[in-house]
Design a protein around this ligand. Structure first.
Ligand code: ARG
Length: 460
């Protein structure tokens, strides 16, 4: 029987159905239903016999889903109804007992929370792989000088190891964000019913334990309405994607003939359909371009939730696709980043020559003047003048004459030997001895810290 006189409009059915995408939740839905059936029997709400029939039926349903032989029907609205329909076809009318003390409202959010937990764990694993790769490449290129940039203008030299490790730390924080999202998805919604709880004395703690939740959601209204764990997941994915886009952008620049800092592995590059000489950094470009899509999913779900009255509203069906697509996109781009970093070959000479520009030592000369007693602002002005004289006359700083030095600063002219020493390339790098700086001692210290942080997550 139905309360309706008329059948649904086919376009309404299409609008209303989520089966096309939520079928991905079948492993969570089957696992949840098994736990639910066991709990119902445990509490004497269904008989042991019914429980066994339901579990056997769920096994058969799972097999079909796994082997992709599950017969989806045209009017299956979502994965929950499809599984219940099929279960009833296989096990008979007992299938109808599975939905005792459960609503699709608590069912769907339980599936999604389980999904977010497992997807967060996967993200952490893939991030760890990329972190390990960056760390290994940093160790290989420990003392390779390269220019560090601000405004994409050469600014101060750094070691390639130091630059690569910058990404390591961004990713370490991303990994923590995913661990947080995983935690936030740790409250069990199941048992909240449609919104108010159910008319049976269920055992939600048992369900929580069986399904790996850390606690039972304490408020049934919050349990069926809340999706902030999905926002947390999307936030972690959005920030991580944004980090990958910066890495992608740098790889595009670095692999160009103009920079010539690295060559990307063939396995992650494309040719051109018309220009036979081309090797295009498509994967790196995709890292750059995929990020806004993931960020849009975060903004999209905020849009769905904002101003939404409690409790369940059909709007909430729109929570799934952003999560699925963000996960797919992120995991693929993490794999691409790992492949590119693992296989990139760096050009030591190009990097060194680009870092050998003496103008990069301008700050170091200003700091020499500071050590000789001048205020930094004054020193900055003197060096700016020196740079102008050098650039205007087309000579490097080290070729300015003692008279020219004296015109800008008597103090500097008096310390000509130190001035030239500062201009020797290795000293610009090794003078960056502050904690977290680029000197070799500090980078080595950083590598030891990175090693410890990398292993931390594996233990948790
Ligand atoms: N497909 C629905 C969703 O994804 C399942 C919950 C439906 N609940 C309801 N009361 N109509 O949100």
């Amino acid at each position: 029987m139905s309360r309706f006189h008329d059948p649904p409009d086919p376009d309404f059915q299409r609008l209303n159905a989520s089966i096309a995408f939520d079928r991905r939740l079948w492993p969570q839905d089957v696992a949840q239903s098994r736990a639910h059936a066991r709990m119902l029997a445990e509490r004497g709400i269904i008989s042991g016999e019914d429980r066994d029939a339901l579990l056997a039926g769920l096994d058969a349903v799972e097999r079909e889903l796994r082997e992709e032989s599950f017969p989806f029907a045209d009017d299956d609205e979502d994965i929950h109804m499809a599984i219940e329909r099929r279960l009833t076809e296989i096990a008979g009318s007992v299938g109808g007992r599975l939905h005792t003390a459960r609503s699709r409202n608590d069912q769907v959010v339980t599936d999604l929370a389980m999904y977010v937990r497992s997807r967060s764990a996967q993200a952490r694993e893939r991030i760890s792989r990329l972190m390990a790769t960056l760390l290994a490449r940093a160790e290989e290129h420990l003392d390779w000088p390269m220019p560090g940039y601000t405004h994409l203008q050469r600014a101060q030299p750094v070691y390639l190891s130091h630059h690569l490790l910058a990404y390591f730390w961004m990713l370490a924080r991303d990994r923590t964000r995913f661990a947080f999202a995983q935690d936030q998805a740790g409250w069990l919604p199941l048992g909240a019913g449609a919104l108010a709880g159910v008319n049976f004395d269920t055992d939600r703690s048992l369900l929580a334990r069986e399904l790996g939740f850390s606690a039972v959601a304490p408020n049934s209204i919050d349990a069926v309405s809340g999706r902030d764990f999905a926002l947390d997941y999307l936030n972690a994915a959005a920030t991580c994607s944004t980090h990958l886009s910066r890495l992608g952008a740098e790889l595009v620049l670095w692999s160009s003939a103009e920079f010539g800092f690295c060559e990307l592995p063939d396995a992650w590059s494309s040719g051109s359909s018309i220009m036979p000489q081309k090797k295009n950094p498509d994967a790196a470009e995709m890292l750059r371009a995929k990020a806004p899509r993931v960020v849009a999913h975060l903004a999209g779900l905020h849009g769905v939730l904002h101003g939404l009255p409690l409790t369940y509203n059909k709007d909430l069906q729109e929570d799934k696709e952003p999560v699925f697509d963000a996960g797919d996109t992120l995991e693929l781009t993490l794999a691409a980043a790992t492949g590119m970093i693992a296989g990139a070959t760096f050009d030591r000479e190009r990097l060194r020559d680009a870092a050998a520009d003496e103008l990069l030592a301008a700050t170091d000369i200003a700091d020499l003047l500071v050590r000789l007693g001048l205020p930094f602002r004054e020193a900055h002005g003197i060096v700016a003048g020196l740079v102008r004289t050098a650039v205007d006359s087309g000579r490097p700083l080290s070729e300015l004459t003692p008279q020219e030095l004296a015109e800008h600063s008597e103090t500097l002219a008096d310390h000509g030997a130190e001035y030239r020493e500062v201009l020797a390339q290795s000293s610009w790098l090794e003078s960056k001895l502050s904690e977290g700086g680029t000197s070799l001692a500090r980078v080595s210290e950083q590598i030891a810290k990175a090693r410890a942080v990398l292993d931390e997550d594996a233990r948790s």
